[in-house]
Design a protein around this ligand. Structure first.
Ligand code: ADP
Ligand code: MG
Length: 323
Protein backbone atom coordinates (compact mmCIF):
# COMPACT_ATOMS: atom_id res chain seq x y z
CA UNK A 1 0.00 0.00 0.00
CA UNK A 2 1.26 3.48 -0.84
CA UNK A 3 2.60 5.41 2.10
CA UNK A 4 3.26 9.09 2.82
CA UNK A 5 6.30 9.96 4.95
CA UNK A 6 7.04 13.33 6.50
CA UNK A 7 10.62 13.96 7.62
CA UNK A 8 11.40 16.70 10.17
CA UNK A 9 15.09 17.64 10.18
CA UNK A 10 16.71 19.11 13.28
CA UNK A 11 19.25 21.91 13.46
CA UNK A 12 22.19 19.48 13.31
CA UNK A 13 21.23 18.38 9.82
CA UNK A 14 22.17 21.85 8.56
CA UNK A 15 24.61 23.40 11.04
CA UNK A 16 26.61 21.54 13.70
CA UNK A 17 26.86 23.32 17.04
CA UNK A 18 30.67 23.58 16.83
CA UNK A 19 30.56 25.30 13.44
CA UNK A 20 30.39 29.00 12.63
CA UNK A 21 27.79 28.53 9.93
CA UNK A 22 29.53 29.46 6.68
CA UNK A 23 27.68 28.62 3.47
CA UNK A 24 30.38 26.05 2.73
CA UNK A 25 29.78 24.27 6.07
CA UNK A 26 26.03 24.34 5.67
CA UNK A 27 26.12 23.03 2.10
CA UNK A 28 28.39 20.21 3.30
CA UNK A 29 25.94 19.28 6.08
CA UNK A 30 22.96 19.53 3.74
CA UNK A 31 24.81 17.31 1.28
CA UNK A 32 25.24 14.60 3.97
CA UNK A 33 21.65 15.00 5.12
CA UNK A 34 20.12 14.79 1.66
CA UNK A 35 22.35 11.77 0.88
CA UNK A 36 20.39 9.91 3.59
CA UNK A 37 17.13 11.29 2.22
CA UNK A 38 18.00 10.22 -1.32
CA UNK A 39 18.59 6.68 0.00
CA UNK A 40 15.13 6.76 1.55
CA UNK A 41 13.65 7.96 -1.76
CA UNK A 42 15.43 5.13 -3.58
CA UNK A 43 13.70 2.66 -1.25
CA UNK A 44 10.20 4.09 -1.83
CA UNK A 45 7.60 2.58 -4.10
CA UNK A 46 6.34 4.54 -7.11
CA UNK A 47 3.16 5.65 -5.33
CA UNK A 48 4.83 6.61 -2.03
CA UNK A 49 5.27 10.30 -1.17
CA UNK A 50 7.86 12.21 0.84
CA UNK A 51 7.65 15.67 2.43
CA UNK A 52 10.46 17.44 4.30
CA UNK A 53 10.44 20.11 6.97
CA UNK A 54 13.41 21.55 8.88
CA UNK A 55 14.52 23.78 11.75
CA UNK A 56 16.20 27.21 11.37
CA UNK A 57 17.33 28.15 14.90
CA UNK A 58 21.07 28.55 14.22
CA UNK A 59 20.47 30.38 10.92
CA UNK A 60 18.01 32.83 12.48
CA UNK A 61 20.50 33.40 15.32
CA UNK A 62 23.31 34.20 12.88
CA UNK A 63 21.18 36.45 10.72
CA UNK A 64 20.02 38.39 13.76
CA UNK A 65 23.64 38.98 14.79
CA UNK A 66 24.48 40.24 11.28
CA UNK A 67 21.52 42.58 11.35
CA UNK A 68 22.36 43.91 14.79
CA UNK A 69 25.93 44.69 13.76
CA UNK A 70 24.88 46.42 10.55
CA UNK A 71 21.76 48.20 11.80
CA UNK A 72 23.22 51.70 11.46
CA UNK A 73 23.88 51.12 7.76
CA UNK A 74 21.07 48.77 6.66
CA UNK A 75 17.77 48.46 8.53
CA UNK A 76 17.21 45.24 10.50
CA UNK A 77 14.16 43.10 9.64
CA UNK A 78 11.52 41.73 12.03
CA UNK A 79 11.50 38.03 12.93
CA UNK A 80 8.82 36.96 10.46
CA UNK A 81 10.95 38.36 7.61
CA UNK A 82 14.06 36.74 9.06
CA UNK A 83 12.09 33.48 9.19
CA UNK A 84 11.22 33.84 5.50
CA UNK A 85 14.85 34.62 4.65
CA UNK A 86 16.11 31.47 6.38
CA UNK A 87 13.35 29.33 4.84
CA UNK A 88 14.65 30.51 1.50
CA UNK A 89 18.27 29.89 2.42
CA UNK A 90 17.85 26.40 3.86
CA UNK A 91 15.22 25.43 1.31
CA UNK A 92 17.69 26.31 -1.44
CA UNK A 93 20.52 24.31 0.14
CA UNK A 94 18.39 21.21 0.74
CA UNK A 95 16.73 21.45 -2.65
CA UNK A 96 19.97 21.77 -4.58
CA UNK A 97 21.89 19.06 -2.72
CA UNK A 98 18.96 16.63 -2.89
CA UNK A 99 18.55 17.31 -6.62
CA UNK A 100 22.23 16.57 -7.17
CA UNK A 101 22.02 13.23 -5.33
CA UNK A 102 18.88 12.21 -7.23
CA UNK A 103 20.48 13.17 -10.53
CA UNK A 104 23.51 11.00 -9.77
CA UNK A 105 21.20 8.11 -8.91
CA UNK A 106 19.22 8.60 -12.11
CA UNK A 107 16.05 9.16 -10.12
CA UNK A 108 13.61 11.47 -11.85
CA UNK A 109 11.91 12.97 -8.80
CA UNK A 110 11.04 16.69 -8.68
CA UNK A 111 12.05 18.62 -5.55
CA UNK A 112 10.68 22.02 -4.52
CA UNK A 113 11.02 24.23 -1.43
CA UNK A 114 8.21 26.65 -0.74
CA UNK A 115 7.91 29.79 1.38
CA UNK A 116 5.31 28.84 3.92
CA UNK A 117 3.20 30.76 6.47
CA UNK A 118 1.65 29.22 9.56
CA UNK A 119 -1.32 30.78 11.33
CA UNK A 120 -1.19 31.33 15.08
CA UNK A 121 -3.80 32.68 17.51
CA UNK A 122 -3.37 36.23 18.81
CA UNK A 123 -4.87 34.97 22.09
CA UNK A 124 -2.22 32.28 22.50
CA UNK A 125 -0.95 32.45 26.12
CA UNK A 126 2.62 32.89 24.80
CA UNK A 127 1.72 36.45 23.70
CA UNK A 128 0.79 37.63 27.18
CA UNK A 129 2.87 39.14 29.97
CA UNK A 130 6.24 37.46 30.26
CA UNK A 131 4.99 34.04 29.12
CA UNK A 132 7.12 34.01 25.93
CA UNK A 133 9.29 30.89 26.15
CA UNK A 134 11.67 30.69 23.19
CA UNK A 135 15.14 32.23 23.66
CA UNK A 136 16.64 33.65 20.44
CA UNK A 137 19.90 35.33 19.48
CA UNK A 138 23.06 35.73 21.55
CA UNK A 139 23.58 35.17 25.25
CA UNK A 140 23.94 38.58 26.93
CA UNK A 141 25.59 39.94 30.06
CA UNK A 142 23.30 41.63 32.62
CA UNK A 143 24.51 44.98 31.31
CA UNK A 144 23.88 44.12 27.65
CA UNK A 145 20.44 42.82 28.59
CA UNK A 146 19.63 46.13 30.29
CA UNK A 147 20.82 48.10 27.27
CA UNK A 148 18.78 45.96 24.87
CA UNK A 149 15.66 46.51 26.98
CA UNK A 150 16.25 50.29 27.03
CA UNK A 151 16.60 50.39 23.24
CA UNK A 152 13.66 48.02 22.67
CA UNK A 153 11.14 48.43 25.48
CA UNK A 154 8.78 45.91 23.83
CA UNK A 155 11.37 43.08 24.09
CA UNK A 156 11.15 40.37 26.72
CA UNK A 157 14.60 39.55 28.04
CA UNK A 158 14.98 36.63 30.40
CA UNK A 159 17.67 35.05 32.47
CA UNK A 160 17.97 31.60 30.87
CA UNK A 161 20.92 30.20 32.85
CA UNK A 162 21.23 30.28 36.65
CA UNK A 163 24.80 31.61 36.64
CA UNK A 164 27.75 32.58 34.47
CA UNK A 165 28.74 35.81 32.75
CA UNK A 166 26.25 35.67 29.88
CA UNK A 167 22.98 34.23 31.12
CA UNK A 168 20.39 36.57 29.56
CA UNK A 169 18.66 36.25 26.21
CA UNK A 170 15.90 37.88 24.27
CA UNK A 171 12.86 35.60 24.51
CA UNK A 172 10.02 35.56 22.01
CA UNK A 173 6.58 33.89 22.00
CA UNK A 174 6.40 30.33 20.69
CA UNK A 175 2.67 30.03 19.91
CA UNK A 176 0.98 26.78 18.96
CA UNK A 177 0.62 26.38 15.16
CA UNK A 178 -3.06 26.32 14.09
CA UNK A 179 -3.08 26.02 10.31
CA UNK A 180 -0.69 25.94 7.39
CA UNK A 181 -1.74 28.69 4.96
CA UNK A 182 -0.27 27.07 1.85
CA UNK A 183 -1.91 23.72 2.64
CA UNK A 184 -3.78 23.41 -0.65
CA UNK A 185 -0.73 24.07 -2.79
CA UNK A 186 1.35 21.63 -0.77
CA UNK A 187 -1.32 18.93 -1.12
CA UNK A 188 -1.40 19.37 -4.90
CA UNK A 189 2.39 19.25 -5.23
CA UNK A 190 2.65 16.15 -3.05
CA UNK A 191 -0.15 14.40 -4.96
CA UNK A 192 1.74 15.18 -8.18
CA UNK A 193 4.80 13.38 -6.82
CA UNK A 194 6.91 16.41 -5.87
CA UNK A 195 9.19 16.09 -2.84
CA UNK A 196 8.07 19.28 -1.10
CA UNK A 197 10.22 21.13 1.45
CA UNK A 198 7.78 23.16 3.55
CA UNK A 199 7.08 24.79 6.91
CA UNK A 200 10.79 25.49 7.38
CA UNK A 201 11.72 26.72 10.85
CA UNK A 202 8.16 25.96 11.97
CA UNK A 203 6.77 28.24 9.27
CA UNK A 204 6.54 32.03 9.15
CA UNK A 205 4.24 32.96 12.05
CA UNK A 206 1.26 35.06 10.98
CA UNK A 207 -1.91 36.38 12.63
CA UNK A 208 -5.22 37.26 11.05
CA UNK A 209 -6.20 40.87 11.80
CA UNK A 210 -9.72 42.29 12.26
CA UNK A 211 -10.13 42.77 8.50
CA UNK A 212 -9.07 39.21 7.78
CA UNK A 213 -5.60 40.12 6.51
CA UNK A 214 -2.63 37.95 7.39
CA UNK A 215 0.26 39.70 9.08
CA UNK A 216 3.66 38.49 10.24
CA UNK A 217 4.47 38.57 13.94
CA UNK A 218 7.64 38.48 16.08
CA UNK A 219 7.48 34.87 17.21
CA UNK A 220 8.98 31.46 16.52
CA UNK A 221 6.92 28.32 15.99
CA UNK A 222 8.31 24.96 17.12
CA UNK A 223 9.25 23.11 13.94
CA UNK A 224 8.13 19.68 15.20
CA UNK A 225 4.67 20.91 16.20
CA UNK A 226 4.32 22.77 12.88
CA UNK A 227 5.65 19.65 11.13
CA UNK A 228 2.81 17.71 12.70
CA UNK A 229 0.28 20.14 11.18
CA UNK A 230 1.97 19.62 7.82
CA UNK A 231 1.77 15.85 8.32
CA UNK A 232 -1.99 16.16 8.90
CA UNK A 233 -2.46 18.18 5.71
CA UNK A 234 -0.75 15.66 3.48
CA UNK A 235 -2.30 12.69 5.31
CA UNK A 236 1.09 11.32 6.31
CA UNK A 237 1.26 7.73 7.55
CA UNK A 238 4.73 8.07 9.04
CA UNK A 239 6.15 11.08 10.89
CA UNK A 240 9.93 10.72 11.04
CA UNK A 241 11.70 13.19 13.34
CA UNK A 242 15.46 13.20 12.75
CA UNK A 243 17.57 14.78 15.48
CA UNK A 244 20.96 14.25 17.14
CA UNK A 245 20.01 11.29 19.36
CA UNK A 246 19.14 7.75 18.28
CA UNK A 247 16.30 7.36 20.78
CA UNK A 248 14.22 9.33 23.23
CA UNK A 249 15.05 8.38 26.81
CA UNK A 250 13.27 8.15 30.11
CA UNK A 251 15.07 9.33 33.24
CA UNK A 252 17.14 11.43 30.85
CA UNK A 253 20.56 12.30 32.26
CA UNK A 254 20.06 10.17 35.38
CA UNK A 255 21.82 6.95 36.38
CA UNK A 256 18.74 4.92 35.49
CA UNK A 257 18.40 6.52 32.03
CA UNK A 258 16.82 4.13 29.52
CA UNK A 259 16.43 4.36 25.73
CA UNK A 260 12.96 3.82 24.35
CA UNK A 261 12.48 1.43 21.42
CA UNK A 262 9.03 0.54 20.12
CA UNK A 263 6.35 1.81 22.49
CA UNK A 264 2.61 2.35 22.46
CA UNK A 265 0.83 5.71 22.33
CA UNK A 266 -0.36 5.15 25.91
CA UNK A 267 3.16 4.52 27.22
CA UNK A 268 4.56 7.54 25.37
CA UNK A 269 1.76 9.72 26.74
CA UNK A 270 2.39 8.46 30.25
CA UNK A 271 6.14 9.24 30.01
CA UNK A 272 5.34 12.65 28.50
CA UNK A 273 2.95 13.48 31.35
CA UNK A 274 5.57 12.33 33.86
CA UNK A 275 7.98 14.93 32.41
CA UNK A 276 10.72 12.68 30.99
CA UNK A 277 11.21 14.83 27.88
CA UNK A 278 12.61 18.33 28.32
CA UNK A 279 10.65 21.39 27.21
CA UNK A 280 12.05 23.10 24.12
CA UNK A 281 13.88 19.97 22.85
CA UNK A 282 12.56 16.40 23.21
CA UNK A 283 9.29 17.57 24.82
CA UNK A 284 7.74 19.13 21.69
CA UNK A 285 8.96 16.18 19.57
CA UNK A 286 7.08 13.64 21.68
CA UNK A 287 4.09 16.00 21.92
CA UNK A 288 4.08 16.31 18.11
CA UNK A 289 4.23 12.49 17.79
CA UNK A 290 1.28 12.06 20.16
CA UNK A 291 -0.76 14.67 18.27
CA UNK A 292 0.10 12.98 14.98
CA UNK A 293 -1.22 9.61 16.18
CA UNK A 294 -4.31 11.22 17.71
CA UNK A 295 -4.98 12.87 14.34
CA UNK A 296 -4.92 9.61 12.42
CA UNK A 297 -1.21 9.07 11.76
CA UNK A 298 0.01 5.46 11.90
CA UNK A 299 3.58 5.61 13.11
CA UNK A 300 5.81 8.29 14.66
CA UNK A 301 9.57 7.81 14.85
CA UNK A 302 12.28 9.77 16.65
CA UNK A 303 15.86 8.90 15.70
CA UNK A 304 19.10 10.26 14.28
CA UNK A 305 19.77 11.00 10.64
CA UNK A 306 22.08 8.04 10.08
CA UNK A 307 19.56 5.62 11.60
CA UNK A 308 16.62 6.86 9.51
CA UNK A 309 16.56 3.98 7.04
CA UNK A 310 16.96 1.37 9.79
CA UNK A 311 14.24 3.03 11.83
CA UNK A 312 11.84 2.89 8.88
CA UNK A 313 12.49 -0.88 8.90
CA UNK A 314 11.86 -0.86 12.67
CA UNK A 315 15.47 -1.80 13.42
CA UNK A 316 16.32 1.37 15.32
CA UNK A 317 14.93 4.52 16.95
CA UNK A 318 12.01 5.29 19.22
CA UNK A 319 8.87 4.14 17.43
CA UNK A 320 5.47 5.15 18.72
CA UNK A 321 2.30 3.47 17.48
CA UNK A 322 -1.36 3.56 18.43
CA UNK A 323 -2.20 0.55 20.58
P1 ADP B 1 16.65 19.44 17.00
O1 ADP B 1 17.52 20.62 16.74
O2 ADP B 1 17.04 18.23 16.21
O3 ADP B 1 15.20 19.76 16.94
P2 ADP B 1 16.80 19.53 19.90
O4 ADP B 1 18.14 19.94 20.40
O5 ADP B 1 15.70 20.51 19.94
O6 ADP B 1 17.02 18.93 18.46
O7 ADP B 1 16.32 18.19 20.67
C1 ADP B 1 17.16 17.06 20.79
C2 ADP B 1 17.82 17.06 22.16
O8 ADP B 1 16.85 16.83 23.17
C3 ADP B 1 18.84 15.99 22.45
O9 ADP B 1 20.11 16.30 21.92
C4 ADP B 1 18.86 15.97 23.98
O10 ADP B 1 19.88 16.83 24.46
C5 ADP B 1 17.53 16.59 24.38
N1 ADP B 1 16.66 15.77 25.24
C6 ADP B 1 15.83 16.28 26.19
N2 ADP B 1 15.14 15.32 26.80
C7 ADP B 1 15.50 14.15 26.23
C8 ADP B 1 15.12 12.79 26.45
N3 ADP B 1 14.22 12.46 27.36
N4 ADP B 1 15.68 11.85 25.65
C9 ADP B 1 16.60 12.17 24.72
N5 ADP B 1 17.01 13.44 24.49
C10 ADP B 1 16.47 14.43 25.23
MG1 MG C 1 14.61 21.77 18.47
Amino acid sequence: MAKVILIALGGNAIKQSNEKGSSEEQFKNCWKTTKHISEIIKNLDQEDRLIITHGNGPQVGNLMVQQKLAQDTVPAHPMDVVGAMTQGQIGYMLQQTLMNHLKKMDLDVPVCAIINQVLVDKNDPEFFGEKASKPVGNFLTAEEAKEMKENNPQYIIKQVKPNGERCWRRTVPSPDPIANLEANVIKKLVAAGVVVIASGGGGIPVLEDEEGNYQGIEAVIDKDLAGERLAEIVGADIFLILTDVEEAKINYGKVNEKSLGKITFQKAKQYFDEGHFLAGSMGPKVKACLRFLENGGKKAIITSLDKALEALKEQSGTIIEKD
